[in-house]
Design a protein around this ligand. Structure first.
Ligand SMILES: [Zn+2]
Length: 283
């Protein structure tokens, strides 16, 4: 206790430098272990800093680039679907060499997957478009070969029409289509057996083939849409392609997100069964 007044006196007479020296000296006197602690602290800090630098260096930017977009994509997909109303856009009767590529550009720019029920007859003439549709994450499905009314022709004719389309898609994509939409939505027990895939019908008919007006197509789809609905359109009309951007934007504003038919079925816990007709996938 006697040292303290002496130091205070020293401080008052010797100025600031003397104070610092004396203050440190006082600390050293009272806490002789402090220097050791400081050395240990600085040492640990330096080691941590080095470790951090090492981790940063091993995090190769190339790795980050390759990992980040993938995980981001998965997160976005999951977040976008979670808690959203789901809608499947379906496009029939193509692919068309003129309108389908335009539609694909629109879908790509808005990151919207769709399901294309193609005619084998049209696919045969546009194999590159069929491949592009598949490569861009859409589902390629069969709408038969020649768009015949399958319940008005013989069982054998129906079977051969379906089989012919199947082999066209197999040649182009390397696998048979997983889904079929019978033309006009018409099927009977023979068709059920012949398709040998689940049959996907629709719940919202935009009548785009008849109306040929983008605004009417959009409002029809919006008015009738619900969570799990399947929207029917045709990618062979300019007016339909014109309607799609507005339709997508409006539906997203209304809380919908877009999925392919297999994605929709999976989200709704439906095990798609061969020969069964599906009109929607309500929650
Ligand atoms: Zn059709």
């Amino acid at each position: 206790m006697s040292a303290l007044p002496r130091e205070l006196q020293c401080m008052s007479t010797s100025g600031k430098t003397s104070f610092n020296r004396t203050f440190l000296g006082r600390l050293n006197l009272r806490f002789p272990w402090l220097k050791l602690y400081l050395v240990i602290f600085i040492g640990i800090a330096a080691i941590l800093d080095l470790l951090d630098l090492t981790i940063s260096r091993t995090n190769d930017p190339q790795d980050r680039i390759s990992i980040a977009p993938m995980s981001k994509h998965v997160q976005i997909t999951k977040r976008d679907i979670a808690g959203k109303k789901l809608i499947a856009l379906t496009f029939d009767d193509g692919p068309s060499a003129t309108t389908t590529p335009k539609l694909l550009n629109i879908l790509k720019s808005r990151d919207v997957p769709a399901t294309f029920f193609m005619l084998g007859n049209m696919a045969r003439g546009n194999p590159d478009i069929v491949k592009r549709v598949s490569e861009e994450g859409h589902e390629v499905a069969s709408h038969t070969m020649y768009h015949q009314n399958l319940i008005r022709i013989s069982n054998d004719s129906a079977q051969s029409d379906i089989n012919e389309a199947k082999s066209i898609f197999e040649d182009i994509l390397g696998h048979a289509p997983n889904l079929t939409r019978p033309p006009y939505g018409n099927y009977n027990d023979n068709v059920r057996r012949a398709v040998n895939t689940p049959m996907i019908l629709w719940s919202v008919d935009t009548l785009d083939w008849k109306k040929r007006d983008p605004d009417t197509i959009v409002s029809t789809a919006l008015d009738q849409a619900y969570d799990g609905a399947i929207i029917l359109m045709h990618d062979i009309y300019d007016t339909t392609v014109e309607a799609v951007p507005k339709l997508i934007d409006s539906m997203r504003q209304n809380g919908y997100e877009f999925v392919t038919i297999p994605e929709l079925a999976k989200e709704r816990g439906s095990s798609l069964e061969s020969g069964v007709a599906y009109y929607n996938f309500r929650p």
